[in-house]
Design a protein around this ligand. Structure first.
Ligand SMILES: Nc1nc2c(ncn2[C@@H]2O[C@H](COP(=O)(O)OP(=O)(O)OP(=O)(O)O)[C@@H](O)[C@H]2O)c(=O)[nH]1
Ligand SMILES: [Mg+2]
Length: 147
């Protein structure tokens, strides 16, 4: 099994970024709890993702980072939870200081990709035997994008 992670460095606009959003298999949208602006930036990203992908399912996890900076908090947990409920995706509030929490982000996005992918695999050409073992044997070539 291979999981390729693409991290958008800095820029969240442009042609290359649009291609990653169009072709990725899973998406981790992050904001920082200490930055209202970062929270306000995730909705436009989700909307652009929807436009670029058309009717395809969008395996997505919403992640709030820097939970350790509670004294500087600008975004209440409830707001992240509410947004994730609206988008029907998992929500995690984490600190990068915890390996366990960071691991949970990857666990969640893989789970979402597995949960949403079978619906797309219901094409007539796929033999039933292949569907039975799918997707556990076929996580290869998943491309997960974080931004
Ligand atoms: N306290 C704290 N600092 C963090 C956490 N996560 C990241 N940082 C710090 O925040 C700064 C920015 O982190 P990055 O991971 O580079 O943020 P980014 O969103 O990837 O930034 P770009 O790639 O430039 O878009 C760095 O100084 C990190 O050390 C966290 O959970 N807690
Ligand atoms: Mg970065």
């Amino acid at each position: 099994a291979l999981l390729e992670i693409v991290d958008t460095v800095g820029a969240r606009t442009g042609h290359a970024h649009d291609l990653y959003m169009r072709d990725g298999d899973g998406f981790v949208l992050l904001y920082s709890v200490d930055s209202e602006a970062s929270f306000e930036a995730v909705r436009p990203l989700r909307e652009r993702l929807g436009r670029l992908r058309g009717p395809r399912a969008i395996p997505l996890v919403l992640v709030a980072t820097k939970a350790d900076r509670d004294a500087e908090r600008q975004v209440l947990s409830a707001r992240g939870r509410a947004l994730a409920r609206e988008w029907r995706c998992p929500f995690l509030e984490i600190t990068a200081k915890s390996k366990l929490m960071v691991d949970q982000v990857f666990t969640q996005i893989v789970r979402e990709m597995e949960a949403l992918a079978p619906a797309e695999a219901q094409v007539p050409d796929v033999p039933p035997s292949a569907q039975e073992t799918w997707p556990s044997n076929d996580i290869e070539n998943y491309h997960c994008l974080s931004f």
